[in-house]
Design a protein around this ligand. Structure first.
Ligand SMILES: [Zn+2]
Length: 395
C-alpha cells in the first residue's frame, strides 16, 4: 500500500510541477480557474515554466520575465516569490527562469553562448538554440498589457556622475525605459517616463538610504545619439516597439547582500503592480529578514527519490549513493516543502537539468543538486561491484 502511494505521488510530482505548497492557495476545485502552469522544452536545459495567475475580478495583465541573465539571481528569485499570490483583480504571467541554461551555469549568456537580451530583433529566428526561447517570450507578450524584465547590475544608476559606483553608466536601482513617450499608430500614447517616475517615487518612499533610491534610466534607444543602441535588441524594446506594450526593465543593485537586492526588486514590482491596477490579498513581503528566511527554507530538503535499475529508493541528505558498474540511475524528485527550482545533475554529464534522466555513472562522479542556480548539496557516488546487493526496495 505504502509503495503504491509513493509510486502514485512520484507520478503526480512528475506531471504536476504546479505545486505551490508554501503559499495560500484557492480551494482545490478552483485551482484551474485561478492558476495554471505550462512547461516548455520540458526536461531540457532550456526548460521554461510559464505561470498564469488569474484574479477573481477582470483587470490588466502584467507579464514578469526574469532570469534572462543567469548571473543575476536576484531577478529570478524575486519573480518566483509572486507565483503563490492570490489575485483579487487582474492577472499575472510569470516566467521566473526564462534562460534556465544561463541560471544553472551562473553565466550571463545562454546555450548559444550569446546574450539572450540582445536577440530580440526580428530577422534572427531559429539560427541557434536560444531562438526558440526568444520566440516563446515574444508570443507571451501578446497576452499582456504591461511587461517587466527583472535584472541586477553592479553599482547604482544615477543621472549624473557621483563616483565610480553611482553614475549614468551603472545599472543598479533603476527603471529602464527606451523612450519617454511612445506614440502608437492608433494615436494612443504610452507614457513610460511618467509611470516609471511614479513607481520609483512609491518604491523610494520605503527606502531610507537615499543612495539606494530608484531612478529612471531613459536609454533613449531609438536616438542616433543614444549611448545604449544595443538596447534595440532587448526584450523590453521589442515589447514596446513591435508589440506596442508598456515595457520596463527593473534593475536592482548587486552591491548589497542578495536578500536586500531581492527586497529592492520586490518593492519596485509591488509598486508597479499597484500602479497598473493589480490587486492581491497580499503582495510579497519586502523585508530582507523575511526574504533571507524564505531563501533558507526553500533550500531545505529531506531526501532524493531515485530509481536504480528500475527500483525506487530514498537517498538521505549527506549520504553516499551506492551503485555497481553499469547501473542505471535516475533522480525522480526532491523531497521538499518548496517544490520549484530543483535541478539535479551528474558531474561530467553534459546535462544541467538531470531530473528524470537516466545516467550510467562512473567512479568519481558526483550528484550535484542545485536549487535554482545555487549548488545546495553534493552526493558522492560509490561505484563498486559489491554495491549491487545493497540496492533494495527500501520504500
Ligand atoms: Zn541583466
Amino acid at each position: 500500500m505504502k509503495f503504491k502511494w509513493l509510486l502514485l505521488s512520484t507520478v503526480i510530482s512528475l506531471f504536476l510541477i504546479t505545486e505551490v505548497s508554501d503559499t495560500p492557495r484557492p480551494p482545490e476545485g478552483e485551482i484551474r480557474r485561478f492558476f495554471k502552469v505550462e512547461t516548455f522544452f520540458r526536461g531540457s536545459d532550456q526548460e521554461v515554466e510559464v505561470y498564469r495567475l488569474f484574479g477573481r475580478e477582470e483587470g490588466p495583465t502584467v507579464l514578469i520575465f526574469a532570469g534572462i541573465h543567469g548571473d543575476e539571481s536576484g531577478g529570478h528569485l524575486a519573480a518566483d516569490r509572486y507565483i503563490g499570490l492570490r489575485l483579487e483583480k487582474g492577472n499575472l504571467i510569470i516566467v521566473p527562469r526564462l534562460n534556465l541554461y544561463a541560471i544553472l551555469t551562473g553565466k550571463r549568456t545562454g546555450l548559444s553562448g550569446r546574450d539572450m537580451n540582445r536577440k530580440f530583433h526580428s530577422s534572427d529566428e531559429n539560427r541557434d538554440p536560444d531562438d526558440k526561447v526568444v520566440s516563446l517570450a515574444k508570443s507571451l507578450m501578446d497576452e499582456a498589457d504591461v511587461i517587466l524584465n527583472l535584472h541586477q547590475g553592479h553599482g547604482c544608476y544615477f543621472p549624473s556622475w557621483i563616483d565610480r559606483n553611482r553614475n549614468p553608466v551603472r545599472w543598479g536601482q533603476c527603471k529602464v525605459i527606451d523612450i519617454s513617450i511612445f506614440d502608437l499608430p492608433d494615436g494612443r500614447r504610452l507614457e513610460l517616463e511618467r509611470v516609471a517616475r511614479e513607481v520609483a517615487r512609491k518604491a523610494n518612499a520605503t527606502i531610507e538610504d537615499k543612495r539606494y533610491h530608484f531612478h529612471v534610466n531613459n536609454t533613449d534607444t531609438l536616438s542616433q545619439r543614444s549611448v545604449h543602441r544595443e538596447q534595440r535588441q532587448s526584450l523590453t524594446f521589442f515589447a514596446l516597439a513591435r508589440k506596442h506594450k508598456m515595457a520596463f526593465g527593473i534593475e536592482a543593485t548587486k552591491s548589497c547582500p542578495l536578500p536586500q537586492s531581492i527586497s529592492y526588486l520586490t518593492m519596485a514590482v509591488n509598486a508597479m503592480l499597484e500602479r497598473t491596477g493589480i490587486e492581491a490579498a497580499a503582495f510579497p513581503s519586502a523585508s530582507p529578514v523575511e526574504i533571507e528566511k524564505d531563501l533558507r527554507r526553500n533550500e531545505a530538503f529531506s531526501g532524493l527519490r531515485v530509481r536504480i535499475n528500475g527500483v525506487e529508493k530514498l537517498v538521505s541528505p549527506k549520504s553516499e549513493i551506492l551503485l555497481a558498474p553499469g547501473d542505471r540511475f535516475q533522480v525522480l524528485s526532491v523531497e521538499a516543502e518548496h517544490t520549484r527550482g530543483w535541478y539535479p545533475s551528474v558531474s561530467r554529464s553534459p546535462f544541467y537539468n538531470g531530473m528524470g534522466k537516466t545516467f550510467s555513472v562512473s567512479r568519481g562522479d558526483q550528484l550535484i543538486l542545485h536549487k535554482y542556480g545555487k549548488k545546495v548539496a553534493v552526493f558522492p557516488f560509490s561505484v563498486k561491484e559489491t554495491n549491487s546487493p545493497q540496492i533494495e526496495t527500501s520504500i
